[in-house]
Design a protein around this ligand. Structure first.
Ligand code: CA
Length: 231
């Protein structure tokens, strides 16, 4: 069945662009031009994905994320203007999965949609209590506390393992620096963001065959990191 996408955008030209693109690629869609109708549509039609503009006339997009997250885990892709960098980070911390920066291309839009769809499919394929995570050549055995690459055990420091664990448990989702440092160190000082970069670099060296063009851990400059779903 074709996924149902809810487009929340007050700018009619962007709304139409997204709608036309989705239609051309066999997605079904609904639209909302303000926050109240977005929440109404989301709760009555149960869409598979939401594209959410952050700057809406009646409500902050982050508020919508918080409200939707109170009942649903459905993927939310935020659409933000470049000047709304902090809003974008706040939206990710409120539970958004990914973001698109205006102006965006049709290819970009479809690529983001494919990423969340893969997450959706892998969620359905694996039980929440799954004790082993497999992604491409990577395998993490949560119960044993070990990680393997192509069957070889990875020798990770406790922090690197914690980081890998967090990334794997949130596969497909962009996590902000603040979110990660809070989960790993219980704080979010700028200093920890610097440490995070160092640990991420050493983890990548062990995990990625080409750390320069990573296959597993994607960097979002100024925002955070994401574990990509590898086929
Ligand atoms: Ca807007």
């Amino acid at each position: 069945m074709n996924p149902l996408v809810l487009i929340v955008e007050d700018d009619a030209s962007i709304r139409n662009l997204i709608g036309t693109t989705l239609k051309a690629h066999n997605y079904k869609f609904l639209t909302a031009s303000d926050g109240e109708s977005a929440i109404y549509e989301a709760s009555t039609h149960n869409p598979d994905v939401i594209f959410l503009d952050l700057g809406l006339p009646d409500m902050d997009g982050t508020e919508i994320i918080k409200r939707v997250r109170s009942w649903s885990n459905l993927p939310i892709i935020v659409i933000s203007a470049r000047t709304e960098d902090n809003d974008k980070i706040e939206a990710l911390d409120a539970g958004a999965d990914d973001y698109l920066v205006k102006p965006f291309s049709v290819e970009e839009l479809l690529a983001r949609l494919r990423v969340v769809q893969r997450r959706l499919n892998s969620d359905q394929a694996s039980a929440p209590s799954e004790s082993v995570f497999v992604n491409g050549d990577l395998k993490v055995d949560y119960a044993a506390g070990c990680a393997y690459l192509k069957g070889e055990e990875l020798h990770l420091t406790p922090i690197e393992y914690k980081l890998l664990n967090l990334l794997c448990k949130n596969v497909g989702k962009v996590m902000t620096h603040t979110y990660i440092t809070q989960k790993i160190w219980g704080s979010s000082w700028d200093n920890d963001i610097a440490s995070l970069r160092v640990f991420m670099a050493t983890l990548r060296k062990k995990l990625e065959s080409k750390p320069g063009s990573p296959q597993y851990i994607q960097t979002h400059i100024g925002v955070g990191y994401r574990m990509m779903k590898v086929d």
